[in-house]
Ligand binder design. Structure first.
Ligand SMILES: *Cc1c(COP(=O)(O)O)cnc(C)c1O
Length: 389
């Protein structure tokens, strides 16, 4: 018996699915150094341009001087420090909910919340295009696990009819590879009608969406009764790292008792929570970031539509260009890179077979001139591609 890893790796390569990690040799931002090449990048999730913000960096520095660098223990032992607690209170106020609980990553928040809420005899229903962490959470929970067609509330309602035990409906807020929104008002109605709970992972909505950056629930004006379990992540628009679950007193106490990815891990560095408190303040108050970003999104869509590119139904910073074939998506990404532009090609299994795409993401740190540079480069690369086809 042996692990034939070489054969698996060769097969992956043959399918044009082989993954490589670009080496980032500069701070995150529009202008980066990657593998020794200066590039104008449209692929990070730092939507509000806070990952390299001087005030956030200073808050982290001051936090490290005051609190040291390591969490030192899990939250339930002696790792739950004052900055973590203050951040939780600030996130509860931000989301307008009684409590919020800080997790080390979004992946862990999703695993923790789903597995704490449902188990054997229960049901978990998920959108087919949900983030991998939510799908993994559903499988790990041991509950009956079903996926419904993307945003298809009617199909969901049918599944809800047959659901047994406690039933959790789980969806991305903004779908991470498509940029479209969950039909949250309809999902909330359908789940409430059946006494089920709705959990929304708004990793890409918190920050860019809503009048004060409150994400998809603020965008649609939904309450805690509509969406009892709200997850936000801190590594995207907040520009730092970590995640939170916001909801009722009972929900948060239950997670503290039962969410294993919360209990059995060291708390994040307290100084990181200090940095996140600062980025939360900037995210809430500096509305110009959202306004500028929305202007860039409109500029990009207008330009790309004029070129006849296949955009998706998205008004969020995630603006994928649908290509289809994985090899072609890779080739276009490579051509862009030769012109100094970095846009990632996203291939199966991250997206469904035959739906490879160039995933463009825009941030408040980009300028209109940089978006125009992207549009010009896209025009040149798609022309070349057409000639070679
Ligand atoms: C990025 C992402 C996560 C994971 O969050 P991390 O903090 O990076 O672990 C979870 N859900 C969605 C929808 C995401 O896009």
């Amino acid at each position: 018996m042996s692990f034939d890893l070489a054969a698996r790796l060769a097969a992956r390569r043959a399918e044009h699915l082989y993954r490589q990690r670009p080496l980032l040799q500069s701070p995150q931002g529009p202008q980066v150094m990657v593998d020794g090449q200066p590039l104008l990048a449209f692929c990070n999730n730092d939507y509000l341009g806070l990952a390299n913000h001087p005030q956030v960096i200073e808050a982290w520095r001051a936090g490290a001087s005051r609190w040291g660098v390591g969490g030192g223990a899990s939250h339930l032992v002696v790792g739950h420090a004052t900055p973590h607690h203050e951040l939780e209170e600030a996130l509860a106020a931000f989301t307008g909910r009684p409590r919020a609980l800080l997790f080390t990553t979004g992946y862990m928040a999703n695993l923790g919340a789903v597995t704490a809420l449902v188990g054997q005899g229960d049901t978990v229903l998920e959108d087919r295009l949900n983030h991998a962490s939510l799908l993994d959470a559903g499988l790990l929970s041991g509950a009956r696990f079903n996926r419904y067609l993307h945003n298809d509330v009617q199909r969901l309602a049918k599944r809800l009819e047959k659901a047994t035990g406690n039933t959790l409906v789980v969806t991305d807020g903004v779908f991470s590879m498509d940029g479209d929104l969950a039909d949250l008002p309809a999902l909330a109605r359908a789940t409430r009608a059946k006494g089920a709970w709705l959990m929304v992972d708004d990793a890409h909505g918190v920050g860019p969406l809503g009048a004060t950056g409150g994400g998809i629930v603020e965008h649609f004006g939904l309450s805690q009764e509509d969406v009892p379990v709200l997850v936000g992540t801190l590594g995207k628009a907040f520009g730092t790292a970590g995640a939170f679950v916001a909801g009722s007193e009972e929900l948060i106490e239950s997670l503290i008792q039962f969410a294993r990815p919360y209990i059995y891990t060291t708390s994040q560095p307290p100084a990181l929570a200090c940095a996140t408190l600062k980025s939360l303040e900037l995210l809430r108050t500096e509305h110009w970031r959202r306004e500028h970003l929305n202007g860039l999104i409109r500029q990009f869509r207008r330009g790309a539509e004029q070129m006849g590119l296949a955009l998706m139904d998205s008004f969020t910073p995630i603006q994928p260009i649908l290509i289809g074939d994985s090899a072609k998506a890779m080739r276009l990404s490579q051509r862009l890179r030769e012109r100094g532009i970095m846009v990632t090609a996203i291939r199966p299994p991250t997206v469904p077979a035959g739906s490879a795409r160039l995933r463009v993401t825009l941030t408040a740190a980009h300028s209109e001139a940089q978006v125009q540079q992207l549009l010009d480069a896209l025009e040149a690369c798609f022309c070349l591609e057409a000639e070679h086809a």
